[in-house]
Design a protein. Structure first.
Length: 518
């Protein structure tokens, strides 16, 4: 019988477990590296003028998105974490909606809105500005919610001490400084993710490096060139992301350690009660209402409800299947890695650096790697490498860092004294079943929900890996948006946004119910 004291003790198994988790996550990418050519001709084809130009455009967009997301998301997240104001929960729930919607759908809404107002091609809703705005609609709420979660973990005693030292302004500044690492890291992730997303730039006339990879694969049917370009993009991501991860991971890891869990109550005031709804309503208009207005505009002329419902019915089952499978696999892998990291600051830093880099890698890298593995494997592996499970697996390997961070935060709030149960002969199995699993469940549930929603919004992996006739709803919208009538595209986008809002509401209610029961 293994004692439950092993949960708090160091051991070689921790580093081995972390290494295995990352090896599993990177296995498709490593398989893709085996087909890389080292010849000068291959390098010239990879770094063509079109590829380099598209990479430069993507880098400009990414830098702008990081700046906008952090500048807007950091103060609004801190404000929501400290102050109570009317409609706070409703506004925050609605602001989570852009996280569930694929970026190309928001780009479609902005494009339709630009045509409705007859704006020029170089207006704020197209080109570079429109692409940055589209990606910022996702990045800003993401930074805001991570900031909110980080700031709410600051103890009541710490906040009271800051108020005594310098009042509300001093408190606000101290919280901003405390949560900046998590916010900046999230902003960088939002910016890096733009490098791998072809939708907004392709729709709004500012194509980036991800579109160039799709051209090599889908238009030129050159799998080798697409693989080389994807690996090159991954190298650029690693060069940018590694220094940022090494700089921010130590402070983020320290923030995940155990702390006083007595949360400070939200402050109230007349000025806050008036400013809060105005501030967050304005943010809601920019992130949700603006693209939504673009969808609704063509529907006033024609609403193809029957055709839209047939398309939704055809793809709904596949969409939920991919999301549920990815959520389950990613949550298990992420929780396992968090348990291996334990309370060790060194292992947390190593894990966070790796998680950041895995999350930042282009999704096409893993998808192309799985295609490479499928081509080299026997027919016995078809259920794993040539079917719907393959899509869920690719999505899970991309989004498992989300579950790992949630689990690490939850484990960081456990008390080391719990391991004293070993004195009474409690086994590790009993400790895990009766203590650890119920404690982690409150973090695993929101992590699983978030992963499912993010997986649903992913198009690149589904586009490359889905079996014939097994596309998801976002993929159906992505493939018909150029040729279908504008009203049909608007109806499908509206159906997706409505479904995401419904799923968000149900998940929110389920999370609240589960938290009360635990």
């Amino acid at each position: 019988m293994i004692s439950c004291a092993a949960f708090e003790q160091p051991g070689r198994w921790r580093m081995v477990g972390i290494a295995l988790a990352f090896l599993v996550a990177l296995a498709p990418a490593l398989a893709l590296l085996t087909m890389m050519e080292a010849s000068a001709l291959a390098a010239t084809a990879t770094f063509s003028s079109a590829f380099v130009g598209s990479l430069a455009r993507s880098m400009r967009v990414a830098c702008a998105v990081v700046g906008v997301s952090v500048v807007v998301g950091l103060p609004t997240g801190v404000f929501a974490s400290v102050y109570a104001f009317p409609l706070r929960r409703l506004l925050l729930a609605l602001l989570a909606l852009p996280l569930l919607v694929p970026s190309f759908i928001s780009a479609i809404g902005l494009s339709m809105l630009r045509r409705a107002f007859d704006l020029s091609a170089d207006s704020l809703l197209s080109g570079f500005a429109g692409t940055v705005l589209t990606f910022a609609l996702f990045g800003t709420p993401l930074v805001m919610f991570i900031t909110l979660a980080s700031a709410r973990s600051i103890s009541r005693s710490q906040m009271d001490a800051a108020r005594l030292a310098g009042g509300e302004r001093h408190l606000f500044h101290r919280i901003v400084w405390e949560v900046f690492p998590a916010s900046a890291l999230t902003g960088v992730l939002a910016g890096v993710l733009t490098l791998s997303d072809p939708g907004p730039g392709q729709i709004l006339g500012y194509s980036g490096v991800a579109s160039e990879i799709l051209v090599s694969l889908a238009a030129q049917y050159d799998f080798a060139a697409a693989a080389r370009q994807c690996v090159s993009l991954a190298g650029v991501v690693l060069v940018i992301g590694l220094p940022v991860a090494l700089l921010l991971a130590p402070r983020l890891a320290s923030g995940l350690l155990a702390r006083d869990t007595t949360f400070a109550p939200l402050a109230r005031g007349r000025a806050v009660a008036g400013l809060g709804p105005v501030l967050f309503t304005a943010l809601l208009v920019l992130t949700v209402a603006l693209p939504l207005a673009g969808f609704l505009q063509p529907l006033f002329r024609s609403f193809p409800a029957d055709r839209a419902m047939r398309e939704v019915g055809r793809t709904l089952g596949n969409t939920f299947s991919y999301a549920a499978g990815a959520s389950a696999l990613a949550t298990m892998l992420g929780v396992g890695l968090a348990v291996c990291a334990g309370r060790s600051v060194r292992l947390r830093i190593i894990s966070l650096v790796g998680l950041l880099l895995v999350f930042a890698l282009p999704p096409a890298l893993g998808a192309l790697g799985l295609i490479q593995l499928a081509g080299a494997s026997s027919a016995q592996l078809d259920p794993v490498l040539r079917g719907p499970f393959t899509v869920s697996l690719a999505l899970a390997l991309r989004f498992f860092p989300v579950a790992a961070v949630f689990a690490m935060r939850r484990l960081g709030s456990t008390s080391p004294s719990w391991a004293a149960a070993a004195v009474h002969g409690v086994s590790l199995t009993a400790f895990g079943r009766k203590v650890l699993v119920p404690w982690l469940a409150s973090a695993a549930l929101p992590a699983a929900l978030l992963i499912a929603l993010l997986a649903t919004a992913d198009v690149s992996s589904v586009l490359l890996l889905h079996p014939p006739g097994k596309g998801s709803l976002p993929l159906a919208i992505f493939t018909v948006m150029a040729n279908a009538p504008e009203a049909l595209v608007g109806a499908l986008c509206l159906a997706y946004v409505g479904g995401a809002a419904l799923l968000l509401g149900l998940g929110w209610l389920a999370t609240i119910s589960f938290s009360r029961q635990s």
